[in-house]
Design a protein around this ligand. Structure first.
Ligand code: SF4
Length: 370
């Protein structure tokens, strides 16, 4: 779309039209052969919640059809918590009292070794906004180190230029995660108090740079709780579908992060309950049957157990959200946010196997390689 605010306004109009839906329309959306934004909106209405079990059954069967009975596992690795932005929901915002550090390369090597010993083959390297301490060259060097040990290296950092993404790709990075947080332009402006992340239009256009650079996947998502979660979910779908049409050789993945307690104590204006989050995941699986859907350790064990294989096809495990969390972070670092699921990799694997789901550590995403 030409104007980045249009995702929100169009999603709002689609949601308003769907709000008058009856049961017949909701059932027809659940079984549609080629579902689109209208069907997604119908399945996200409050009156559709009475049919959550039927939605779960369809989501489960589509997940099994497209991903087999598998869930792929990955681990996040925080490289640096320096940040120049003031995102109100983040424990690493520049006004939060946190010990700031960046992993020197020998510590990066220790973290990578610790994750490799846990059995991981996929890792996600994270930083805050671009800073003199953790700039592009630093991230590029860490990707190079990681790709010597891990076949799948992804990055969640600051938006980069197409040329930088190309260089990152050459260094061994196969995917980039860039959450929009919210598509509501006014709320976005309020939540991002200062710094480079305040640029709403720049944030909306950033995933296109990732795919233009030839990266295999881009991870998208909204931070559920900042704005109306249903409208934000529809806007996210509209944005993601645009990329799927334009960059059809690449892939996308969708995550469903909810706001967690963090240094700063921000409380969401639109808290998302478990049943609504489940409804959002099931509806996305039905409208995007072949797209990896991701659930992190932000969520409680019971909820993650219930969602594994029922829409969700990718999960983080044994995550630390502190810099150097796997091989020694300072005790006073509270991390970017609090983790809910603190189980070990072995415990996650046992849980999945008890549900007859195979944990997968190496996921080549063959569907995207063409
Ligand atoms: S969300 Fe990212 S950019 Fe925003 S304050 Fe936190 S680390 Fe910085």
């Amino acid at each position: 779309m030409d104007n980045p605010s249009q995702y929100w306004s169009l999603a709002q109009a689609i949601n308003t039209a769907a709000s008058r839906a009856d049961n017949r329309q909701i059932f027809s959306a659940m079984g549609a052969q080629r579902p689109g934004p209208r069907e997604l909106a119908l399945m996200l209405q409050p009156q559709a919640r009475a049919h959550l079990e039927q939605m779960a059954a369809r989501a489960k069967s589509l997940t099994a059809r497209h991903f087999g009975n598998t869930v792929s596992l990955y681990a996040p690795l925080y490289l640096s918590n320096y940040c120049s932005s003031g995102c109100v929901y983040c424990g690493y915002a520049s006004d939060r009292k946190q010990p700031r550090r960046k992993l020197p390369f020998d510590a990066v090597a220790r973290e990578l070794d610790a994750l490799k010993r846990e059995g991981f083959e996929e890792i996600l390297l994270l930083t805050g906004e671009r800073t003199p301490q953790a700039d592009f060259e630093y991230v590029q060097a860490c990707v190079r180190m990681a790709s010597e040990l891990f076949p799948q290296v992804q990055v969640e950092a600051f938006p980069m230029t197409v040329d930088e993404y190309r260089k990152l790709n050459l260094a061994g990075c196969v995917g980039v995660t860039l959450y929009q947080e919210t598509y509501h332009p006014v709320v976005y402006d309020m939540m991002h108090r200062w710094g480079p992340k305040k640029d709403f239009a720049g944030r909306v256009s950033a995933p296109a740079h990732v795919l233009e650079a030839g990266m295999r996947t881009v991870g998208m998502g909204v931070l559920l709780g900042l704005s109306d979660p249903v409208v934000d979910s529809i806007a996210l779908y509209l944005h993601a579908e645009e990329f799927r049409k334009k960059y059809w050789r690449s892939g996308i993945a969708i995550s469903f992060p909810r706001i967690r307690p963090q240094e700063g104590g921000f409380q969401p204006a639109h808290p998302v309950e478990d049943r609504l989050l489940a409804q959002i995941v099931f509806a996305f699986r039905i409208v995007m049957p072949d797209v990896p859907l991701v659930l992190s350790t932000r969520e409680k064990p019971l909820f993650r157990d219930g969602m594994a294989g029922v829409g969700i096809s990718r999960m983080s495990a044994a995550s630390r959200t502190t810099v150097g969390g796997y091989a020694g972070a300072p005790a006073e670092d509270r991390g970017q946010f609090e983790v809910s699921d603190r189980r070990s990799v072995m415990e996650i694997c046992d849980m999945l196997q008890a549900k007859k789901i195979e944990p997968v550590f190496k996921n080549w995403d063959a569907v995207y390689t063409g």
